[in-house]
Design a protein around this ligand. Structure first.
Ligand SMILES: Nc1ncnc2c1ncn2[C@@H]1O[C@H](COP(=O)(O)OP(=O)(O)OP(=O)(O)O)[C@@H](O)[C@H]1O
Ligand SMILES: [Mg+2]
Length: 241
């Protein structure tokens, strides 16, 4: 029998107050894969990621991570179980140093016990964070802040890393760096769930992709399948893409 997926979301409903945003959403992420989530502004991509990582409580549905139901449990416990989320807008503590931000990422007890090991591993992936470890996070460039946000998530030793628009607001060279970093993390065995405005890039690296439209999954396939799809190209990539 095939291995069960690392993440399985089934029939998820979620929203804010009176407003329901997600309707019966089901997605899966196989161990070791890259999964991309595609959709227009407001489609519910960030809402889905927030619900999976426990920042938003689901109204219905199941979220199974690494064989355990995590729907409705506290975000810190979800991080401790091996799922880290780099939110849209990064969520850094701008007046704290780079090192302090990284240390905060290592709060699950089993990681904290091996803080130095985790820190060295993170610095190996992000040499610039080592050079800037004493600098205030808020004084780093946009690209460095994005690296720090990813580095902080990596400090918790995730099996699944959720990235919400990691290349947002970054110049082309830095975008390359961010993508190469995501690739290295993936090569090191981390499963990736990615939302990215650069849909073409995301689909090129995706083993599987899901298209969200007004809170519903309307299409899914391998990255190359969706890349070749005329409707997808028109809606999310543009004719010259
Ligand atoms: N905290 C909130 N309170 C109320 N409504 C919200 C909140 N966050 C998002 N929404 C609404 O939920 C819907 C989905 O938003 P969401 O942020 O999930 O979309 P998205 O696909 O991530 O869009 P984008 O590509 O612009 O980031 C939108 O209609 C949005 O206005
Ligand atoms: Mg979003």
């Amino acid at each position: 029998m095939a291995n069960p997926p690392l993440l399985e979301v089934r029939g998820l409903q979620a929203g804010y107050g009176e407003a329901q945003v997600l309707w019966d959403v089901s997605i899966t992420a196989e161990r070791g894969s890259v999964v991309a989530l595609v959709g227009a502004n407001g489609a519910g991509k960030s809402t889905l990621l927030k619900t999976v990582s426990g920042l938003l409580r689901p109204r219905a549905g199941e979220i199974v991570f690494d064989g355990r139901s995590i729907a409705g449990i506290a975000p810190q416990q979800i991080v401790a179980s091996g799922l880290s989320h780099v939110p849209e807008g990064r969520g850094l503590f701008s007046r704290m140093t780079v090192l302090e931000n990284l240390q905060l990422g290592a709060y699950p007890a089993q990681v904290r016990a091996r803080m130095d090991e985790s820190l060295q591993r993170t610095y190996a992936l992000f040499p610039r964070l080592r050079e800037r470890s004493a600098q205030r996070a808020g004084l780093m460039s946009g690209g460095e802040q994005q690296m720090l946000a990813i580095g902080r998530a990596v400090m918790a030793c995730p099996q699944l890393l959720i990235l919400d628009e990691p290349s947002m607001g970054l110049g082309p060279l830095v975008v390359e760096e961010v993508f190469s970093l995501i690739r290295r993390l993936h090569d090191s065995g981390v499963t990736i769930l990615l939302v990215e405005q650069n849909v073409q890039r995301a689909l090129r690296m995706a083993d599987r992709a899901f298209v969200l439209k007004t809170g519903r999954v309307v299409m899914q396939g391998t990255g190359p399948e969706l890349l070749a799809d005329e409707q997808i190209r028109k809606a999310y990539i543009g004719s010259l893409g």
